[in-house]
Design a protein around this ligand. Structure first.
Ligand SMILES: Cc1cc2nc3c(=O)[nH]c(=O)nc-3n(C[C@H](O)[C@H](O)[C@H](O)COP(=O)(O)OP(=O)(O)OC[C@H]3O[C@@H](n4cnc5c(N)ncnc54)[C@H](O)[C@@H]3O)c2cc1C
Ligand SMILES: Cc1cc2nc3c(=O)[nH]c(=O)nc-3n(C[C@H](O)[C@H](O)[C@H](O)COP(=O)(O)O)c2cc1C
Ligand code: FES
Length: 502
């Protein structure tokens, strides 16, 4: 069974980053803010999914009134096998928990949704009440087919380096720290309802699953324990967990990433070099440990947090393009300003030995590409820019590889698109040379797609790796912001994602 993130009546941007913090290994606070594209768009997207026959898709929905729950339920019901009513989000004002604390209202919402759709309805409850049993009984009386407990606890704040980390100030608590409460809630609910109970809250091992089954749970939900896992690692984790449950073993927890580091380290800006109106190179006062392909998050309390590739590691520097709220503040940051770094995240890149690297960069994509050329050599860098004044780091690139430059206005290098320049270069190569290439494309999505299209004319797709700047919020695989069209998450499966064969 898979439960979606909660979907509401209208698109919601959610809170700005930081949205997730880890206060101890395996223990988290989050304030995502019910980010979702709205019911209509979600329905369109889900209509394209192929859910295997043997899987159950539970669509989580929320609303700010009984009518809104019904409206969203009607739109989403045709696309799932069941609906879960989120009556329990602790950090989005007016939604979720505000409604889930009143047994009469819970009964009314469940009844109204039951009457509107003909698929199973699950009521997901908050632990932040003194009477979860009474609320579960009210949901069952309203017709709920199952109860899910628990949603996150709190809200609580988490302070790092003297500042509250979450942009919302407070967030819901999940992971190992909430397990005892979840267990108590499940026992209380099991004492008063006959319907199945879906248990979640800090579950990560077969031992935990057995405890919850003993307490009365029929179905087990796992969320925070998946932090930091790649898509393949999640599949492997569930295989081991199933084996554990079938054989009285307890091996799955060894796969949980308690080593994921979300702590912040202080850095001070020493130089802000303006390249053009909207591009700056920020140099900080220390070295950072990062490998080619990995990225970090930079946090300036009060301003925000975003992911960046590292241009140089010693001293630590970033190249920033002004694209929005946070990057606008960064390019105006004065030397002496304090910021905080967490990471590195993502999978480091290792080109096959003896392969020739063809790296295509646009905008700030050069940061990732420069590291690659510097660390592995045997690289040709293709650097594209609108105009000469937007080029940077050319001398440094020439020191580590062969640099090909293209500008749209022709004032520097090839006159035209970098992908045309790439095609011309590939045409010159022999079959033997082409067979030895591996491609890394990093930059704006249209450039990356155009580069891929050219490369596929000469080489097989599996030799192409693309890094596209999908919106990336938590960096550890749990918020779902950075999903590529095929479902891989940039932050844990990438940022360089191998292109699939057609
Ligand atoms: C792995 C990686 C490496 C990166 N490396 C660099 C780098 O080296 N240099 C660099 O300058 N940038 C880099 N970026 C991109 C950088 O993180 C973005 O430029 C930054 O996110 C823009 O932040 P902002 O606050 O300035 O913009 P925002 O104000 O967040 O807006 C930027 C754009 O995103 C949209 N947007 C914002 N939030 C949402 C949302 N919740 N849902 C949908 N759309 C939204 C806005 O409408 C706008 O179009 C990298 C990104 C990734 C993922
Ligand atoms: C980043 C994050 C986002 C979440 N988003 C939702 C959500 O959209 N809807 C919901 O009902 N619960 C949401 N939850 C709560 C989880 O579904 C789950 O109830 C809770 O985290 C406890 O389980 P866990 O400790 O296994 O994570 C979210 C939790 C996290 C950590
Ligand atoms: S940014 Fe949260 S899942 Fe990737």
């Amino acid at each position: 069974m898979l439960t979606t993130k909660s979907i509401g009546p209208e698109p919601r941007f959610g809170y700005r980053e930081p949205i997730l913090a880890q206060y101890e290994p395996g223990c988290f606070v989050n304030a995502v803010g019910l980010t979702n594209p709205g019911a209509q768009r979600s329905a369109q997207l889900m209509a394209t999914l192929n859910i295997p026959e043997d899987r159950f898709l539970l669509i989580s929905i929320f609303g700010g009134s009984v009518e809104e729950y019904v409206e969203v339920a009607r739109i989403m019901a045709p696309h799932g096998n069941g609906l879960e009513l989120n009556l329990s989000c602790p950090h989005a004002k007016g939604y979720g928990m505000a409604m889930g604390q009143d047994p009469l209202l819970v009964k009314e919402i469940v009844e109204a949704v039951k009457a509107a759709v003909d698929i199973p309805i699950v009521a997901k409850l908050t632990p932040n009440v003194p009477n979860i049993g009474e609320i579960a009984a009210a949901a069952e009386a309203g017709g709920a087919d199952a109860i899910c407990a628990i949603n996150t606890m709190g809200p609580e704040s988490y302070v790092s380096q003297g500042h509250a980390v979450l942009s919302n100030g407070k967030g819901g608590v999940s992971g190992k720290g909430v397990l005892p409460t979840a267990l108590k809630c499940v026992s209380e609910i099991a004492a008063v309802v006959a319907c199945p109970i879906i248990a979640c809250g800090g579950i990560s091992s077969a031992g935990n699953v057995r405890e919850f089954q003993k307490a009365g749970a029929t179905i087990i939900g796992i969320g925070s324990a998946l932090v930091g896992m790649t898509t393949c690692e999640i599949a492997a984790y569930f295989k081991v967990l199933s084996k554990d449950l079938a054989s009285a073993k307890d091996n799955a927890e060894s796969l949980v990433r308690y080593d994921i580091d979300m702590e912040f380290n202080a850095v001070t800006l020493v130089n802000n070099e303006s390249i053009s109106d909207d591009i700056s190179i920020l140099t900080f006062d220390r070295k950072i440990n990062v490998q080619a392909g990995e990225f970090i998050f930079l946090w300036v309390p009060g301003l925000g947090e975003k992911p960046f590739s590292v241009l140089t590691d010693n001293p630590f520097s970033l190249v920033i393009i002004n694209l929005g709220i946070f990057t606008d503040s960064l390019i105006h940051l004065e030397p002496g300003a304090e910021a905080f770094v967490r990471g590195p995240y993502g999978i480091a890149v290792f080109p096959p030995e003896n392969a020739k690297v063809m790296a295509v960069a646009g905008g700030t994509g050069l940061a990732a590409v420069y590291q690659l050329a510097r660390d592995f050599g045997n690289t040709e860098i293709f650097m594209g820019a609108r105009s000469e004044d937007r080029l940077y780091f050319e001398k440094e690139c020439r020191e580590v590889g062969i640099l090909h430059v293209a500008t749209n206005d022709g004032n520097c290098g090839y006159h035209g698109l970098v992908t045309e320049l790439l095609k011309n270069r590939l045409k010159e190569m022999s079959d033997e040379e082409l067979g030895n290439l591996v491609f890394y494309n990093c930059g704006p999505e249209p450039m990356v797609q155009a580069a891929e299209a050219v490369q596929k004319q000469f080489c097989s797709a599996h030799k192409i790796y693309n890094a596209i700047d999908y919106l990336t919020k938590c960096g550890v695989g749990i918020c779902g912001a950075c999903g590529a069209p095929d479902g891989r998450r940039l932050c844990v499966d990438g940022p360089f994602l191998q292109v699939a064969e057609d």
